[in-house]
Design a protein around this ligand. Structure first.
Ligand code: ATP
Ligand code: MG
Length: 505
């Protein structure tokens, strides 16, 4: 693309300010040493779309040693010739790290994975040719601080305008070189809301099984990006339609066509996707999205029919489902912490399903089961589940009632346990005799501490306990009664505050 054709870009993104000063500096540094250098790939694509690029890549005819020599601070630790250039002065708004990679040709391909050797090239044309999609095969030629033109050998600029993902060159060849590109196509189409070109799509459909040659970690990374996009439902549907999904989560496909009882407007597959989509609409984190997607994964295998109620049943699906979820997440090499949390959320997702029977002690037990740190997320999984059935949002009052009960269950109640002294210590350190006087002294101490929290120190309480121990049984009993009364009042007041906060009775 020549100068005069420089694209009219959205949101002034072509103005020089859109390219961070560090990127311009890196290009200039290399040019001053007599090399060529161009911002390239995803950052150019995002810039043209008016999005702010997550990371900036530069491609150059300099070799790794030459790149390292050109900059004060770099690191080099991969097999692809990429040098990380570090900008120490960068502020929060600017770029701290730029990846500079020598022009590359793809070496020989073995096993449908990325190349077994890296071959450096002499010309930018060769480097663009090895890139996956036309929209990712654009480079920016800078002139000083401004964009001089966009190097566009494969119609990437037009494809960005038309919102199309299309391979550079023959899609079948490109997918045979590196099968992950098929899933990258789905991921990029999902993130960017693009469509996949027909012949690229056909090639994926026909060669989807090549995905089995790709490492689980690389697949997981693309899967996570689909889930974290704004439209994960469409992304998973597309992966299914193009026959990719069955190669990394075959269990999910089994829910297609599985009917449910009248409470549900949708079959299991649609229900799971709608639950997931709600988590994305709420911008909830990965664990909730995973739990929303998998919570009913074992409904197909636990499906039954109750003659008594004439209803379809899925007894125990949450128990089986949590095991299946664990298997899937382990297979995809998710971190242990993620797995643990998602498995718990799936295991206990039925908990809030029976609002009428919910008692505070049941909520307390659930807090123990799922963990304090997960109880609110469990509540959110339930919200996704509910929306995913196609029923209207939870009655606001009921939802607030749940929230209020959770907070009540999480609260540390006012009790002698909060004192910086225990009955055991009084017996051991102060030589007191076990018996009802110990409890009475603790309550008397509690009364003082509730009146003045500063008194809650081991030192004060030990002295005071010895003093109180000199009182008669009846005097002590009177003080203890005061403490118990105050304790009850404080507890009631705290619970009252929680209920008021959620506007529930
Ligand atoms: P993101 O916005 O997620 O960073 P991206 O397109 O920048 O998306 P990266 O993985 O950062 O993706 O890769 C940077 C560039 O490297 C791509 O734009 C593309 O040009 C090239 N690339 C990445 N992976 C492949 C691949 N498997 N085959 C060919 N080219 C690839
Ligand atoms: Mg990138």
């Amino acid at each position: 693309m020549k100068n005069q054709e420089t694209p009219t870009l959205k949101n002034k993104s072509a103005s020089k300010s859109a390219i961070p000063p560090e990127v311009i500096e890196a290009v200039k540094t290399l040019e001053n040493k007599g090399f060529e250098a161009f911002p390239v790939g995803g950052c150019v694509r995002d810039l043209l779309l008016g999005l702010s690029p997550k990371d900036w890549d530069i491609t150059t005819n300099a070799r790794p040693e030459e790149i390292i020599a050109a900059f004060p601070k770099t690191f080099y630790e991969n097999d692809f010739g990429t040098v990380g250039v570090v900008f120490e002065q960068a502020t929060d708004q600017t770029v701290k790290l730029i990846e500079v990679t020598p022009y590359r040709l793809e070496g020989k391909y073995e096993d449908y994975r990325h190349p077994s050797e890296v071959v450096f090239a002499k010309k930018i044309e060769d480097d663009l040719k090895r890139r996956d999609f036309t929209v990712n095969a654009l480079a920016i030629r800078l002139s000083g601080d401004a964009i001089k033109d966009i190097i566009d050998l494969y119609g990437g600029f037009k494809d960005i305008k038309d919102k199309i993902i299309r391979t550079v060159g023959n899609p079948v060849d490109r997918f045979q070189e590196d099968a992950l590109r098929m899933l990258r196509a789905v991921r990029l189409a999902t993130q960017l809301r693009f469509t996949i070109d027909e012949s690229t799509k056909m090639a994926i459909q026909n060669h989807a099984d090549l995905l089995q040659h790709i490492s689980r970690e690389r697949i997981r990374d693309e899967f996570v990006k689909i889930l974290m996009s704004d439209e994960p439902k469409k992304g998973i549907e597309l992966a299914q339609e193009l026959a990719l999904l069955r190669h990394f989560i075959p269990e999910l496909e089994e829910s297609i066509g599985v009917k449910q009882n009248q409470a549900h407007a949708y079959e299991v597959w649609e229900h799971l996707l709608r639950s997931l989509q709600h988590a994305a609409d709420k911008k909830w984190p990965l664990e909730i999205r995973l739990a929303a997607l998998f919570h009913d994964i074992s409904k197909p295998e636990t499906k039954g029919f109750s003659r008594e109620t004439q209803q379809i049943t899925f007894y125990g699906h949450e128990v089986v489902g949590s095991r299946v979820t664990k298997k899937i997440l382990e297979r995809l090499k998710f971190p242990a912490k993620t797995i643990e949390k998602v498995v718990k959320l799936v295991r206990w997702h039925m908990f809030f399903a029976d609002p009428e029977k919910l008692t505070l002690s049941a909520v307390r037990r659930m807090v123990v089961n799922v963990g304090r740190e997960n109880i609110w997320d469990l509540m959110n999984v339930r919200v996704c589940d509910r929306i995913g059935t196609g029923r209207p949002k939870e009655e606001p009052y009921r939802l607030r009632k749940y929230q209020s009960m959770i907070e009540e269950a999480l609260r540390d109640p006012v009790s002698v346990a909060m004192l910086k002294i225990s009955g055991g210590e009084m017996i051991k350190k102060l030589g007191m005799k076990p018996g009802p006087r110990i409890g009475a002294i603790l309550h008397a101490l509690l009364e003082e501490v509730l009146e003045d929290p500063k008194l809650n120190t081991a030192e004060y309480l030990e002295n005071r306990a010895s003093e109180l121990n000199k009182l008669s049984d009846s005097e002590l009993e009177k003080l203890a009664k005061e403490g118990k009364k105050l304790k009850q009042e404080k507890n009631e007041a705290e619970v009252g505050e929680i209920r008021q906060k959620f506007h529930v009775k």
